[in-house]
Design a binder for this molecule. Structure first.
Ligand code: FHN
Length: 444
């Protein structure tokens, strides 16, 4: 049994390398984009589609078993009268984010952009008739803000999404035929071409949903023809990063690695059981602001601003970006509960951003008291759990100074063979992260 599992895992690791974009060599502009991405550390995720009208999250179609033809009728009632792309982008900038990733098409199959590959899109199928992706691309360009697209591999509306496997089986779709799958892949390639030619430079294509078919089987990349999709994206925009939330180790051809609801290396949410943390590409963790991704009127599980700030720090401590999700209302507004949390993060980043943006995950791994980030000769000690005296297990470089990041006052320390002992000053009230700046003699 153990042997079979091992063989499967070896096959999986092999296939990951073999079936995505074999021999992929990132272009110089792609490598530069990776650096920019890594330095950004914080982005906003947007899950928005016609499902927002039902206020029950983005899986409502599948969960409530809404027949696909009936679901499609919702499009005719979608009119986000208060949508304002510039306001959104300004809000995200004020939150301290450096990019946004929006669902151009989620699993329900509805395209939030003008598409010639399918009339089931926001311009052709709704009375709103405005291409919100176009408006966002213009607002992002104006504000010098990076725009990324989430793109679902999984589709609950199309008949050519066939054969079906784990989800979308109870939505009344007829069976496809032998040509269906190839047709579906052609359709996705046509849409990816549109996304990469209609909206200027795009920071990243963020795939999701591949886990719906043949999850865990070694030929998964081949089944999805990732090599074709990845080569297409990289040929249309060499600087565009590819990420794929397949919950597996990174595939050759991917430029970032994605984790869901967990910092890299952890698996509390259950999506990362098979994800091996890559040391080759930048990392990103996506997280919700409440439980759901899409707008959900019954979701009161809002994380506090302190929890969100601590999560941002924890992801940075693991050398990863945080992609924090907001689910806009059907009228195009961002829920106040979300905006107030974004503003709290923005205020915090305004003061403490130097310890997050442009840093690497610290060489001192996660400790009982918190995490570290670093740049040059500086190690930022982020004390997330209130402590009086802490031990930082770091050797081999002489500590020159230890100061409180808040006001530059000296923090008493002693350096011994095994590491550094810091006596922390009194912790300010409601402080999510007490930061001590350690400066060493040599580069870390
Ligand atoms: O099924 C989706 C879900 O709706 C959401 O888009 C998240 C975001 O990471 N990803 C999927 C589950 O892995």
């Amino acid at each position: 049994m153990k042997k079979t599992l091992l063989t499967l895992m070896t096959l999986l690791a092999f296939s990951a390398a073999a079936f995505a974009q074999p021999g992929y060599v990132p272009a110089p502009e792609n490598l530069a984009a990776r650096e920019k991405f890594k330095d950004a550390r914080f982005g906003i995720f947007i899950h928005w589609g016609i499902y927002s009208m039902l206020g029950d999250g983005e899986w409502v179609m599948n969960n409530q078993k809404i027949p696909y033809q009936e679901y499609a009728r919702f499009a005719a009632g979608f009119y986000p009268s208060k949508f304002n792309a510039e306001e959104w982008v300004k809000t995200f900038k004020a939150a301290g984010a450096r990019y946004m990733t929006i669902t151009s098409r989620h699993h329900d199959g509805f395209s939030m952009f003008k598409s010639n590959a399918s009339s089931y899109n926001i311009v052709d199928a709704t009375p709103f008739k405005r291409d919100i992706i176009k408006e966002l691309s213009e607002a992002c360009a104006k504000e010098d803000f990076t725009l990324n697209f989430y793109y679902s591999h999984l589709d609950w509306s199309r008949v050519d999404y066939w054969p079906r496997e784990h989800t979308g089986n109870l939505l009344g779709r007829p069976e496809g035929d032998d040509n269906s799958w190839g047709h579906y892949i052609d359709f996705m390639c046509a849409q990816l071409t549109e996304l990469l030619t209609q909206y200027g430079p795009i920071g990243c294509i963020w795939f999701d949903g591949m886990w719906d078919r043949h999850k865990g089987l070694p030929d998964q990349g081949e089944l999805w023809q990732l090599s074709r999709q990845y080569a297409l994206i990289h040929s249309l925009q060499p600087a565009c990063l590819i990420g794929n939330n397949h919950h597996l180790p990174v595939f050759e051809g991917e430029d970032i690695q994605i984790f869901e609801k967990d910092v890299p290396g952890k698996n509390t949410a259950g999506y990362s059981a098979s994800s091996k943390v890559s040391d080759q590409v930048p990392l990103e963790t996506c997280q919700t602001i409440y439980h759901s991704w899409g707008y959900d009127v019954n979701d009161y599980n809002y994380k506090t601003p302190e929890q969100l700030i601590q999560f941002l720090v924890q992801t940075a401590g693991k050398g990863a970006n945080l992609l924090l999700n907001v689910g806009p209302r059907p009228d195009g507004t961002l829920p106040e509960e979300s905006v107030s949390r974004l503003m709290a993060i923005g205020k915090w980043l305004e003061k403490y951003g130097d310890t997050i943006y442009g840093t690497d995950g610290g060489c001192v791994g996660e400790q009982y008291w918190g995490v570290t980030t670093q740049t040059g000769k500086t190690l930022y000690v982020h004390v997330l759990n209130p402590s009086g005296v802490i031990f930082v297990p770091f050797k081999g470089n002489k500590l020159v100074s230890a100061v409180s990041f808040d006001d530059g006052t000296k923090v008493p320390f002693s350096q011994v063979a095994e590491g550094i002992v810091l006596t922390l000053p009194a912790r300010p009230e409601n402080c999510p992260d007490q930061i001590v700046t350690l400066t060493f003699k040599n580069e870390l």
